[in-house]
Design a protein. Structure first.
Length: 124
């Protein structure tokens, strides 16, 4: 399937600087960032309202882990792919991402190209 419109991505992350960097990365790779939420409840509300194609969610959002948040995001935006991100460098997070129902996992330390490529692949 060929996409003619930019993909719609929602970022759920409570870090201070990462959302600004992520917004620029998405702009650079032609993806439409439709919103940013910094807590679990706002993430679910935005996912329901915006119906993104991809939801990029931090493994730990406030006091909620991806395992607790992923089912709520899936219910709010059933067609969205989930990309779990984390600032922690722990191999167990890949397994945790899969167990939480994420479609992919990537470190926040990844390059802008790696993030763009992965988001683009989830949009296909």
């Amino acid at each position: 399937m060929v996409r003619h419109e930019p993909g719609r991505v929602l970022l759920c992350d409570d870090a201070l600087a990462f959302p600004m960097l992520f917004r620029q990365w998405m702009r650079d790779c032609g993806v439409d960032l439709v919103g940013h939420a910094d807590n679990a409840d706002d993430s679910v509300a935005l996912a329901h309202r915006q119906r993104p194609d991809v939801i990029v969610v931090d493994h730990l959002l406030g006091d909620v882990t991806s395992a607790g948040l992923a089912p709520r995001l899936r219910a709010a935006a059933p067609g969205a792919k989930l990309l779990l991100i984390s600032g922690m460098h722990d191999e167990a997070l890949t397994a945790a991402a899969a167990a939480a129902g994420a479609d992919a996992h990537l470190s926040k330390a990844a390059s802008s190209h790696a993030m763009c490529d992965l988001v683009q692949s989830l949009l296909r």
